[in-house]
Design a protein around this ligand. Structure first.
Ligand SMILES: [Zn+2]
Length: 139
């Protein structure tokens, strides 16, 4: 067992991102029970949710196999992988800020996005959960 405590990083299910992501422990219920966590991706603070418990409930309710359109599915798969693997803290998106490849941004409308590449000095290609967008930056 790794040590847990306030300020430590832990994997928790995020209700907002609908994903298991890295979270920072904000409060502890007891020395061994996590209270609240802050999502590193969307910055939301919520009760800790054990990712394995979430998975277990899902399979018990009988395989939620909702078929999305092929295109949406592959973008969201790619997004999920990129955002969950990203090591940098997410930054609020602003056209004035200069971003670089691999940054995770928090867009007020589209939510968390992963910067796939720099298209131009002032344009970035960002992978959001449901779409890939070109945004301006470094203005
Ligand atoms: Zn989140």
């Amino acid at each position: 067992m790794s040590k847990i405590g306030v300020g430590k990083e832990v994997l928790s299910y995020c209700n907002k991102c609908k994903l298991t992501l890295a979270h920072i422990i904000v409060t502890m219920k007891t020395v061994s029970t996590i209270g609240k966590v802050e999502c590193k991706t969307c910055k939301a603070t919520h009760a800790y949710k054990d990712p394995s418990a979430v998975k277990a409930t899902k399979t018990k309710t009988g395989g939620l196999k909702r078929k999305a359109s092929k295109k949406t599915e592959s973008i969201s798969d790619m997004w999920l992988e990129l955002v969950s693997k990203a090591t940098s803290q997410s930054q609020k998106y602003s056209p004035r800020t200069e971003f670089k490849q691999g940054d995770v941004i928090d867009h007020p409308k589209f939510g968390p996005g992963f910067i796939d590449k720099l298209i131009d000095n002032d344009k970035i290609q960002v992978i959001f959960r449901h779409e890939i967008k070109t945004l301006i930056h470094n203005k």
